[in-house]
Each structure stands twice: as C-alpha cells, then as structure tokens.
Design a protein around this ligand. Sequence first.
Ligand SMILES: NC(=O)c1ccc[n+]([C@@H]2O[C@H](COP(=O)([O-])OP(=O)(O)OC[C@H]3O[C@@H](n4cnc5c(N)ncnc54)[C@H](O)[C@@H]3O)[C@@H](O)[C@H]2O)c1
Ligand SMILES: O=c1ccn([C@@H]2O[C@H](COP(=O)(O)OP(=O)(O)O[C@H]3O[C@H](CO)[C@@H](O)[C@H](O)[C@H]3O)[C@@H](O)[C@H]2O)c(=O)[nH]1
Length: 548
Amino acid sequence: MRYGRSERPPPVLALPCRHRTRSSGGETRFDPHKLEITDKGSAKMVRICCLGAGYVGGPTMAVIALKCPSIEVVVVDISTARISAWNSDQLPIYEPGLDDVVKQCRGRNLFFSSDVEKHISEADIIFVSVNTPTKTRGLGAGKAADLTYWESAARTIADVAKSDKIVVEKSTVPVKTAEAIEKILKHNSKGIKFEILSNPEFLAEGTAINDLFNPDRVLLGGRETPEGQKAVQALKDVYAHWVPVDRIITTNLWSAELSKLAANAFLAQRISSVNAMSALCEATGADVTEVAYAVGRDSRIGPRFLNASVGFGGSCFQKDILNLVYICECNGLPEVAHYWKQVIKVNDYQKSRFVNRVVSSMFNTVSGKKIAVLGFAFKKDTGDTRETPAIDVCKGLLGDKAAISIYDPQVTEDQIQRDLAMNKFDWDHPIHLQPMSPTAVKKQVTVTWDAYEATKGAHGVCILTEWDEFKVLDYQRIYDNMEKPAFVFDGRNIVDAEKLRKIGFIQGLAMVVREEKACSLSVLRLCCTVAMDSQAHELEVDELQHVV
Ligand SMILES: NC(=O)c1ccc[n+]([C@@H]2O[C@H](COP(=O)([O-])OP(=O)(O)OC[C@H]3O[C@@H](n4cnc5c(N)ncnc54)[C@H](O)[C@@H]3O)[C@@H](O)[C@H]2O)c1
Ligand SMILES: O=c1ccn([C@@H]2O[C@H](COP(=O)(O)OP(=O)(O)O[C@H]3O[C@H](CO)[C@@H](O)[C@H](O)[C@H]3O)[C@@H](O)[C@H]2O)c(=O)[nH]1
C-alpha cells in the first residue's frame, strides 16, 4: 500500500456532512454551454464527480476545487481504503503542497466518497481517472491498454445517470477510446445525452501541484458538433478560473487522445537518447553531463529531460509507449512501432547495464555482499514506486545473491517487499485488487529509515533516486562504516564524484582507465568499468592495486 512513511493504515473517517441545495422533485437540466444548473430557472452550483481517487484524480480535483469555489467536486473510488485515507490526516499519496490544498477545500467544496453511484447520478461533469494498465493476457498482452476499469466506469455511468452529462476522459487511453465509450453510454442512455471529451493530464509526480497551478497547456478534445463544442466550452470555463485562455488548447477528440501518448513518447525518447549517449561517453571518455549540456543549449533542442540516469520509471512512460507501439502495429505501421519500441529497449538496456557494472566492478560477484540502495521511488519527491528502475536493479542484484539494504524517505518496507515480489504489470491495478501478501518476501532484503544504517557494513552503495538529501549526506561517515574497498554507483549523477574519490571511495562513478594502464593490469580491468555517470576519471594505478 502506498501510505507514505507509516505502515499503519489511516483512520477511517466519515464523510463530512453536506447540505444539498438541489430541490427534490424539480426537473434538473444541465446546460453545458452556460456551465450552470438550471433548476426551474434558478442558477445552481455545478457538480463535478471524478471516478478514481489516485495520483491524478486526487490532486487534479483538489486543485479544481481550490480554484473554483463555486463548483462542488466529489472524488469517488471503488477502493474504500483510498477514500478513507483521503478523508484522514494522512493522504494516500505523498505530493509536495497537496496537503495544504486538500486542507483548504475538503469539506467546503471538495469531498471524497465511496458512494460511486450517488455522486455519478448527481454530477453534471464526470471525470474518469481510473487505471488503464497494460494488458497481461489475451489479445495485445504486454502492450495494449487494459480498458476493463474504464469500461466498468462507463457502464456504471450509463446505468445510474438520470440527467445529461459531460463525461471527461482524464485517464490516458488509446486513440479512439471515446468512440467505444460513446457506444456504451449511448446504448444504455434511456434518452439521456452524453458528451464525451478528452482532457488528458500532463502533471508529473513530485511537482503535480505546481504543474496543475501553472500548466504549460490544458488540452481539450471534443466532437466537432454544436453539442460537442458546447461541452468543450463548458470544460474550458472550469479551467479558465485559473489557466490563461491562450494555454487552453482545443482539438478534435482523436488528436487530444493521441497527443497524450505522443507527449510521453517524446519525453521518454529524450531520456533514452541521452542514456544511449551515456554508454558511448563511458566507452570513449566523454562526459555525458557535458555532452547533454552542449546539446541542450541548442534552442531547438532545449535543456530539459536530458539527465542521464539509471533509466526512466513511473507508471506512465513504459505503459503509454507500449500502448503506442500496439496502436501502430494495429494500424499497419510496423516501422513506426519498431521506432518507438527502441525507447523501451534502451531503457531496459540502461537498467541491466547498471547492474552489470555494479557486479563487474565488484570483482564479478556481489554474492553475500551487502549493497546499500539509496532511493527506491521512481523519482524524488514522491513515494510512488510504480515501474521504478530500483525494482529491476534490486532484482538483478538479488539474482547475483547480494544482500540489499534499502533506504527511501517515502517508501515503506511493505511496499518494497510487494514490489520485489509482484509480477510485471500487476502494480497498475487498483490497490485492493493486487495480490494481498507477496509470495516471495525476500529474505535478502532489509529496509531501514536511515541512510547511515542502510550503508553500515556495506561493500557498495547504489544511488537510485535523486532525493536532495542524498546530495548532502556525510559521505566520510558512510565511508568509515563501510567494508573496504567501498564502492559508490551513482545512478542519478547527483553526488560530487571528485569529493567522494578523495574520501577514498572506488567510485562507481564511471572511472575509465586509460588503455595503456589497463592492459598491463588486465586482472584489474573489471574494476575499471563502473557505473553510469558522466565524469570519466583516470583511475590511478596505485588505487587499482589498493582495490585488489
Ligand atoms: N500518475 C500520473 O502521474 C499520471 C499522469 C497523467 C495521466 N495518468 C493516467 O491517469 C490514469 C490514472 O492514473 P493514476 O496514477 O491516478 O492511477 P491510480 O492507480 O493512482 O488511481 C486510479 C484509481 O481508480 C480507481 N478505480 C478503478 N476503477 C474504478 C471505477 N470503476 N470507479 C471508481 N474508481 C475506480 C482505483 O481504485 C484507483 O484508486 C491512468 O490512465 C494514467 O495513465 C497518470
Ligand atoms: O532528464 C530526465 C528526466 C526524467 N527522468 C526519469 O524519467 C522518469 C519520469 O519522470 P517525470 O516525467 O518527471 O515523471 P512522471 O510523473 O512519470 O511524469 C511523466 O508521465 C506523466 C504520466 O503520463 C505525464 O503526465 C508527465 O507529463 C510526464 O512527465 C523518472 O524516473 C525520472 O527520474 C530521467 O531519467 N531523466
């Protein structure tokens, strides 16, 4: 469970009491163009319901509630544990600034509830922000998006709706999903009108609140009919409460759906490009940080998303690119599918390259050696571990029989053990539907709440998440308490390589030995090819001898 530091589930609190303003028995009509409820002629508060109280639904709706005090927002979920957590002091996700936003509007115009049907039936605009995992079996397994949760949400909407609704795709979905959803909704509609909009979310975890406050753009796709355009305008009016109108882009439905997959593919492609370059840098003595900087100074390329790393993680990039690959294949575009597949392949290569470097640097075996892992989340400022590269790295090291000691400021032991035991793609299903207890809890893994404890007695340290606190650890203290030779492998390029080298670490921080020295010391070659970084240092011969 992703409950932040504490392993104790948050207390279950009752939903705050609400006073409904809608008069009973009155015929309720929602005019999406005016964005107001007309109940026998009188203006009423707009009601939004969001299905899915996860990393997207929770923060997005909290910000809408904060920025639009005149709109009532209810977030519902089939996981009662998640809803309880949203109603408690310990929110189910860690996101800087989120607590503050929720505190300001929860109980005012922001509510969390398990009563899915009630709130669907009362809402005017329904956001669907449920899981869209990668299919694990059947047609398209391992690539296509599993739309089970989306379809189930659509069927519930169709079943319980009693008035016209705007249904907004917030989840990331394959292009043309709206068409399928329309069929489900309209087939069951009993004369009720549904307008489907695509409004993909571009927030990144760890910066979600800032991203929502100041989005680069808000994308709205709708049908090119008068009704479709009215619905688009209605949703535009919601965002216009705080987003400058020139940042609200409107497109047709299919462009909006595809733009989301395209944006993630482009972002991930930059990371795989720089990671591929990091391999070449290590082979040639170039410094990938310097290369990325020089490349990024070209205004046509830009500096962001060029940090070489142990590989990208997170719930979106891999899933969405696999989905894109599948869509290309289905549309008879194998060359295009192949192109995007390489982004994933390079990412997998980068993770296994990291493991190989650790093992080969440490004299070709980590069996029985304690390896400290600093950082388990897929990036800093989140407790999210979905598809984190740390899972693959730890599994790789465990495969070589290492004893791993993990510290992450936001990830619990329970979560780590579950991640290391879970099958591929299982993590992306609602939490209460995931396997309850991991079948193969790793005895080789310990988890601590302290970086110094994790590194005590270790032979090597792997930095796998770029938490700011790892930059300012007392590395002299860490070194003093480690087995010697002490190795550091920086998978995020965050520590000062030169400083660590002076302390005495054998820096997994890419030490490339000059060929002439290495050839006379061929037995020492294995400790020359270390980690992922940037700086190509010359490893002194006496240091090499010391290592051995
Ligand atoms: N996490 C991100 O940063 C991010 C950003 C942009 C887009 N997305 C996309 O948004 C969607 C949701 O992602 P997430 O990270 O919030 O997932 P999540 O797992 O954190 O949340 C999804 C929630 O939906 C609930 N749910 C499933 N079926 C439901 C139903 N029928 N009715 C009500 N609730 C239901 C689950 O219990 C779960 O709590 C995915 O399609 C994802 O690709 C995610
Ligand atoms: O230069 C970089 C930038 C990122 N990463 C890694 O890439 C992964 C993803 O990072 P980031 O994109 O910042 O976080 P996400 O929360 O996964 O956000 C991405 O995925 C979301 C879900 O679709 C989108 O909404 C966001 O726009 C998109 O940035 C993480 O493991 C990062 O450490 C790198 O290795 N190098």
